[in-house]
Write a protein that binds this ligand. Structure first.
Ligand code: ZN
Length: 465
């Protein structure tokens, strides 16, 4: 058996995770992510795919974030028709994530057409909502911790990665004629003390490891996220206005609801109305409730029904309810998507609230370069929304340290749990500096042999096993 790997993304960058593994003439793709962020990366989404999509036999997916699954509709459009294996929770999340991504692609194409900034006569989306829907029948959920045979001599097992609902580490076992080998894909690794999810599963041995290094070069400040959040809520409501929290619909919104529920139950916070104003966040919360066994506190006394529900919580699914919140002038918390304030219902809330000195916007997630969220974080006094320049007179606060990614120390701690060093370790899913620093750290502290691969680079992993 001969095995080769080719890196089609997440090389010296954090998006576009895609790896092609050739096991003799059987072709496995691991993750199928979209490139995001800088234009020089995004253009890769439009380039012809480096291998024929129809030559791929199966896709294995670590988790439902768009930088790991967002290229799937395009792959299918280009001729991939095999099975896509993922965890049960991922199979629930992926259709929703892809539909949302497709909607954004369609809106962008429409915007480009209207503004005439596209080189094409009629700008096309990378894929449509219809294209995204074609991925769903190909999804095959697989139970965690149970080996699954792709071929009699090629097996994989999913292990909880603690990063997002359903996120998995993939252990791929190759039963060669002469020896067994293992390749492990870390996917994105979660933190040690996530309020909802378990920490990433320790892996004891592997021949080849692909490890993420999003925070490979830094540690985050250690904060008590729940208490910091409680203080921010208190301060904001004491000002006599409302608190607006732009949050990602999947993951961050549920963490905030969990904190709020606990803080109200513990009487740490006075009861107040909480609005979740995002159809996607509401859908995601329902999906989260279908997978309670995944949580650390699934047996908590308050988890019986409506894991995330508490008195005064209101889900706003239609536009009318959403607009009605504009009339609420004080004492309420409004959680709305999207997290970087690039689109979604959060925009009309910001449009209304930014000019009000009593109100507070609390930023709880990473804000990418060039986004409204980043401008707000950097203290711009005007923000453009719906083509208008809106003055920022409200309070803008940020909590730094809430993240779904292991930081450098936690990545290193996870690596230390291997009882013997992997023969070869590829550092992926990190900016260049981050990947290099982390690779060096693994060499120096653990004596590992590490490589930071280049885009489209390929390596022979095993020959004649
Ligand atoms: Zn992720």
């Amino acid at each position: 058996m001969n095995v080769r790997i080719k890196f089609l993304g997440a090389t010296q960058t954090v998006t576009g995770s895609k790896y092609i593994l050739d096991v003799d003439d059987y072709r496995i793709m691991v993750d199928c992510g979209l490139f995001q962020g800088l234009k020089e990366l995004r253009v890769r989404n439009w380039q012809s795919f480096p291998v024929a999509a129809s030559s791929i036999d199966v896709v294995l997916v670590t988790h439902a974030h768009i930088d790991h699954v967002g290229y799937l509709p395009r792959l299918c459009k280009d001729g991939f028709a095999g099975k896509i294996y993922c965890s049960e929770a991922s199979a629930d999340l992926i259709p929703m994530m892809l539909a949302d991504s497709a909607k954004l692609q369609e809106e962008e194409a429409e915007w480009a057409a209207r503004k005439g900034y596209s080189k094409h006569d009629k700008p096309q989306p990378l894929y449509t909502v219809q294209d995204a829907a074609r991925v769903t029948p190909l999804l095959h959920p697989v139970a965690m911790d149970e080996p699954f045979a792709l071929l009699p001599n090629v097996l994989f097992t999913l292990r909880d990665a603690g990063h997002l609902l359903g996120a998995a580490i993939i252990e791929l076992e190759l039963l060669g004629e002469r020896m067994r080998k293992k390749i492990t894909f870390s996917g994105d690794l979660g933190i040690q003390h996530d309020p909802l999810l378990y920490p990433p599963t320790p892996i004891s041995n592997t021949d080849v490891l692909l490890i993420e290094a999003t925070y490979g070069d830094r540690d985050r400040p250690e904060i008590d996220a729940k208490e910091t959040f409680a203080q921010a809520v208190e301060e904001a409501l004491d000002r006599g206005g409302c608190l607006i929290i732009p949050a990602f619909a999947v993951g961050r919104t549920q963490t905030l609801l969990h904190y709020l529920k606990e803080l109200f139950l513990e009487k740490r916070l006075k009861p107040c109305p909480v609005y979740v104003d995002s159809p996607m966040a509401i859908k995601a919360t329902r999906l989260y409730e279908r997978h309670l066994d995944i949580y650390r506190h699934h047996d908590a006394p308050f988890s019986q029904h409506g894991f995330f529900e508490f008195p005064n919580l209101q889900f706003c699914s239609d536009q009318e309810e959403s607009m009605r919140i504009n009339g609420v002038k004080s004492g309420a918390i409004i959680i709305s998507a999207g997290g970087m304030m690039s689109g979604g219902r959060i925009l009309h809330h910001l449009f209304n609230r930014l000019p009000r000195p009593q109100d507070t916007v609390l930023i709880v997630g990473h804000q990418g370069e060039g986004t409204r969220g980043r401008d707000l974080l950097e203290g711009h006094d005007h923000i453009k929304i719906f083509g208008e320049s809106v003055p920022v007179r409200c309070q803008v606060k940020a909590i730094d340290g809430m993240s779904a990614h292991a930081d450098q120390s936690q990545l290193l701690d996870w690596a230390k749990q291997f009882t013997e060093p992997p023969k070869r370790t590829f550092i992926v899913h990190g900016e260049k500096a981050s990947a290099q620093v982390f690779g060096q750290l693994l060499k120096e502290q653990l004596g590992w042999s590490t490589v930071v691969p280049e885009y489209l680079e390929s390596f022979s992993l095993f020959e004649g096993i």
